[in-house]
Design a protein around this ligand. Sequence first.
Ligand code: RP5
Length: 179
Amino acid sequence: MSTRQSKRSSAVPQKNAGKAPWVGVIMGSSSDQPVMQEAVDALESFGIPAEMSVVSAHRTPERMVEYAKQARARGLKVIIAGAGGAAHLPGMVASLTTLPVIGVPIKSSNSIDGWDSVLSILQMPAGIPVATVALNGARNAGILAAEIIGSSNARVAKRLDAYKDELREKVRQMNDELV
Ligand code: RP5
């Protein structure tokens, strides 16, 4: 995965960083990328610029601190953080920023059936929230980030309305096709 330097001042390189991203999608390893790409795809479908980057809490702790501390000043509005196993990345990032953090538990190669990452991300002590989606639920993380942004952005809210209309239409078709 190639990386590019953000247009804004940052020592932390990210993929797609040239588009003034609103959402930072980070993950503990490139092995998480197939899951986390679904968050980026969802955000793109709502016209929201996102960046994607590997930021490991235990392998690159300084980079994690730097990323979280710079996030708001770089213009990010939401951070989506995915990790597997002992998944401390979302909680650690949430402790370092006042931006909303959405956690994606990932069923990784070192994961005990996904439960370790689910509980690591879900069971944050009171005071530092991480909005946790389902195991491998990166698509929902992208939609939730869009909803957070859409709460104060009419263009994004309109795209979300259209999306909900599409869902309703799909269920209507399902009912039509029931035998
Ligand atoms: C976590 O360990 C990563 O988020 C990933 O889900 C898992 C395995 O990482 P790799 O061994 O594939 O790099 O830190």
